[in-house]
Design a protein around this ligand. Sequence first.
Ligand code: ADP
Length: 181
Amino acid sequence: MRMVLLGAPGVGKGTQATLLCKRHGWKHLATGDMLREGIAEGTLLGLKAKEAMSRGDLVEDDVILELIEKTLDGIKGAGYVLDGFPRTLAQARGLDEMLEKRAENLDRVVLLTADTEVVVERMVLRGRVDDTPETVRHRLEVYENSTRPLIGFYEPKGILRRVDGVGKIEEIHERIESALA
Ligand code: ADP
């Protein structure tokens, strides 16, 4: 299984990706986690990501695509859940090219949905360093402008499934399982 979890910041992609990977032995590929790790370790990647992330802006597509390409090279053959990538049309097209080169394809894109109030509340509770009220508002705008168009990119391919992201964590997990079947 090669899948993407799509949805607004705070919708629960990370939580659900973790459950899916534990259950099936897939790799959890979370670009946000990789970038935060880079920042913590002071790597070049972290340096490139730090400012944009603290503003709630997206890190440059080229930086992200290079990171994903390296990561996919390192996990040849394994199933994976992409969490937080792709976030722009350029990233989605870049991913398609990478997969084509590998003669692989994407099996599913699961769109997790929730009302804005729900995701804002979750982010406030989570309290990560980039979860200040202004940054949260800005990240939601970035999602609307740059990431929501991916729905129109994946829908015609017939691999997109919408899943209600409101409810108990285990219930949502089972909904995703059904959407993968
Ligand atoms: P959330 O989805 O809750 O915002 P993430 O950990 O996925 O949390 O992302 C945190 C930040 O990391 C984003 O606001 C952005 O600055 C950066 N980031 C993560 N993934 C990407 C990506 N694919 N492209 C560009 N920037 C990214």
